[in-house]
Design a protein around this ligand. Structure first.
Ligand SMILES: N[C@@H](CCC(=O)N[C@@H](CS)C(=O)NCC(=O)O)C(=O)O
Length: 273
């Protein structure tokens, strides 16, 4: 059965205003804005001192697309990738404007704090200016835009088992980030008990994923599948020494199938310098 409903009409006026605000406010802070940008040219005229500047919003580097939802995004983040894979699986990428946002656990990003006081990405700014935080929440929101019940069952026991599988996969990703941070410290500052605890939990999680791995069902990938795919690719990206495929043949096969999906190919995590 197809659960998808027609997409609600887009409130273009408010989405345009929100994008305008996000892009232009920092620019306007330098001067006085004299023109409203026109939708056909996407240009903004600002007066800075005695000089008038014409700013081409499309070249401002803040926008990669013209969607009505703005995603605080980075090509390095596996959590952001979850959202991007979900958007591809749900056919919603045209709704997203990607805003490159740099985060560091040791340096909260002041530009991100108003949208997410935890200074974490992904964070999704909606057309009305409000923001959704956490990759799982954002994926569930995208699912609802696609009619609901597409990547997360809407009701019933399947919903709870899906959410629980997702919690394990996304919790595993949390663990990998903490583990990596610990490993990157100078050896004398690393805590041996933490390192061994991370290793034990990672191996128990991989054993669980292996025991549940099977062929990928036709249609959009589930939320837990998206999270698992992003975790395993993150292991390949940052934990090459772990050789996670050894002892996990079914999981390795599952991940090969994940990697061949257009949604995975379009969103591979990369360092952008
Ligand atoms: N539970 C969050 C975790 C997000 C997260 O930890 N993102 C990392 C980037 S991969 C981040 O923003 N780190 C910055 C920080 O922790 O200050 C989610 O699922 O979105």
């Amino acid at each position: 059965m197809d659960h998808r409903q027609p997409r609600p009409p887009l409130d273009l006026e408010s989405s345009f205003t929100t994008r305008f605000r996000m892009i232009c406010e920092p620019i306007c802070a330098r001067g006085r804005q004299t023109d409203q940008p026109s939708r056909s040219t996407d240009q903004l005229r600002v007066v800075i001192g005695h000089k008038t500047e014409l700013i081409d919003l499309r070249r401002s580097g803040w926008e990669r697309a013209m969607g009505d939802l703005t995603l605080h995004w980075s090509p390095r983040s596996p959590f952001v990738r979850k959202v991007m894979v979900a958007a591809h699986e749900l056919g919603l990428t045209d709704r997203l404007t990607l805003r490159r946002t740099v985060v560091q656990m040791t340096k909260p990003n002041p530009d991100l704090l108003p949208d997410n006081p935890l200074s974490k990405i992904p964070t999704l700014v909606l057309a009305d200016g409000s923001a959704l935080i956490d990759s799982g929440v954002i994926c569930e929101y995208l699912d609802s835009l696609a009619g609901g019940g597409v990547i997360i069952p809407a009701t019933g026991p399947e919903r709870w088992s899906e959410l629980s599988r997702h919690a394990l996969a996304t919790g595993f990703l949390d663990l990998l980030i903490l583990w990596r941070n610990e490993r990157n410290k100078p050896t004398e500052r690393q805590t041996a008990d933490w390192l061994s605890s991370f290793a034990t939990k990672a191996s128990a999680s991989l054993a669980r994923f292996e025991s549940e791995a099977g062929p990928i069902a036709p249609g959009p990938l589930s939320l837990s599948g998206i999270a698992l795919g992003c975790c395993l690719s993150y292991l390949d990206f940052r934990f090459t020494d772990l050789d996670w495929r050894a002892g996990h043949p079914k999981l390795a096969q599952w991940h090969d199938a994940f990697r061949q999906r257009p949604s995975a190919i379009a969103t591979e995590v990369r360092d952008d310098g």
